[in-house]
Design a protein around this ligand. Structure first.
Ligand SMILES: C[S@@+](CC[C@H](N)C(=O)[O-])C[C@H]1O[C@@H](n2cnc3c(N)ncnc32)[C@H](O)[C@@H]1O
Length: 396
């Protein structure tokens, strides 16, 4: 290989593999959107009234709903289908990735040397990976984020990226964002609209994985210096290869968000997405205190997360907490049962500096309506199906 190739479109699937992946995407959409609505209807029409007849009132939280639904045949069938679709998602990409793996590793090694876009990759093989990552295959993804089976391995990065497309392929709302994530695009636009005078120069994404979520920032805040850290080397190698090919100068390093190696007061924005719920609560608090340390005065910490249970109706809380029990995410419910403001304060942020908001998905809401949302003229759509994202954080 002489020129850097696109690690993101390198894997070639056979006709049968493509058909299988398309089926799984459609199945997942059916489970996550159509069946969920049927399940909600069943809950409202049958479960809730029956619960009230026995207990004298409707369920008040997700745990009360789950206690009933765990024995319900429709919920059980939905759960079995969801569990199997999750396993099939990863299985559907593993074989084609294995066939291409030696070449993908070569691409990543080339990217690490070539510095095509001006980013960097710094790995620390001696770093201890926290047991909440190593103890189980998070998201049922075999090998989790961190496992390495070959020298300079990128396989887990590829499985996550290609598998991610199968995972959300049937759901249009999860795509787009100018090559980066729609979540990060929405957060970056929120920062820009909310604080028009704020021009971030340096951003840090925690648990960045492929670093894709940093792409929109480069577009929305031209000239911004982008840093991404993650504990898992394969996802960082893969992400670095992807961003170098795409002309994105991102600085990746293998670090634990609980003990960052950066100096104090250097970042304007510290962000994360789909990250904190994977940590034990005390680790999340430690992450906040590290974020506070590395932020410049006036900087913003902003995280996207699934909404806390206090923000969800009992059925939706139960629905979201499914992952806690069946998707190898044992901290999910505990984290979402917390008061985020309280956790930020425990991390050292001031009470008056906390904020939280449900923000619309920028891509589907559109610029005009999004601006109107930030001005307080329209509300964000209800959470679910990617229509909006829950964000919280604090100012330093
Ligand atoms: C669910 S993924 C989220 C990836 C990405 N932020 C996104 O939005 O798609 C969580 C990531 O956090 C990383 N991670 C877990 N614990 C970490 C820690 N203590 N420090 C840094 N990264 C961590 C994992 O390796 C994984 O790549």
């Amino acid at each position: 290989m002489t020129a850097l190739q696109d690690v993101e479109s390198f894997v070639k699937t056979t006709h049968n593999e493509s058909a299988r992946q398309a089926f799984i995407s459609a199945l997942r959409k059916h489970i996550m959107v159509d069946m969920r609505e049927n399940l909600r209807g069943h809950y409202e029409q049958d479960i809730k009234p029956a619960y009230a007849r026995t207990n004298g009132s409707f369920p008040t939280n997700g745990e009360e709903v789950r206690a009933v639904l765990d024995d319900d045949l429709l919920y059980q069938m939905w759960g079995i289908m969801r569990y199997n679709a999750q396993e099939m998602t990863w299985a559907s990409v593993q074989e084609p990735i294995e066939r291409s793996l030696p070449d993908m590793i070569e691409i990543a090694c080339m990217a690490a040397k070539s510095k095509t876009a001006g980013g960097s990759l710094s790995l620390n093989p001696k770093m201890e990976i926290p047991d909440y990552v190593t103890a189980m295959d998070v998201h049922l993804m075999p090998g989790c984020f961190h496992s390495e089976f070959a020298r300079d391995d990128v396989a887990q990065g590829a499985v996550l990226s290609y598998g991610g497309r199968v995972f959300s392929g049937g759901m249009v709302h999860r795509r787009g964002g100018g090559g980066g994530g729609v979540v990060a695009e929405s957060i970056a636009q929120y920062i820009k609209h909310k604080h028009p005078g704020f021009v971030p120069r340096k951003i840090l994404d925690l648990g960045c994985c492929s670093g894709r979520n940093l792409f929109p920032y480069a577009k929305i805040f031209p000239g911004i210096e982008a840093y991404g850290i993650d504990v898992a080397a394969p996802v960082l190698r893969y992400g670095h290869a992807m961003s170098e090919y795409n002309g994105q100068a991102i600085h990746y390093s293998q670090q634990n968000a609980e003990a960052l190696e950066f100096k104090d007061n250097i970042f304007d924005v510290v962000t994360s997405s789909f990250f904190l719920h994977e940590l034990p609560v005390e680790s999340a608090v430690q992450v906040f205190s590290e974020a506070l340390r590395v932020l410049k005065p006036g900087g913003i910490m902003i995280h996207m997360e699934l909404p806390p249970n206090s923000e969800c109706d009992p059925f939706y809380a139960c629905y979201l907490d499914w992952d806690n029990f069946h998707n190898n995410e044992p901290n999910y419910m505990d984290f979402r049962n917390q008061d985020m403001e309280n956790l930020c304060i425990q991390g050292g942020f001031g009470k008056n500096d906390y904020f939280q908001s449900l923000i619309p998905n920028y891509r589907s809401f559109g610029e005009e309506k999004f601006a109107a949302f930030v001005r307080g003229e329209v509300s964000a759509p209800e959470h679910g199906n990617g229509a909006s994202w829950f964000v919280f954080g604090a100012y330093k």
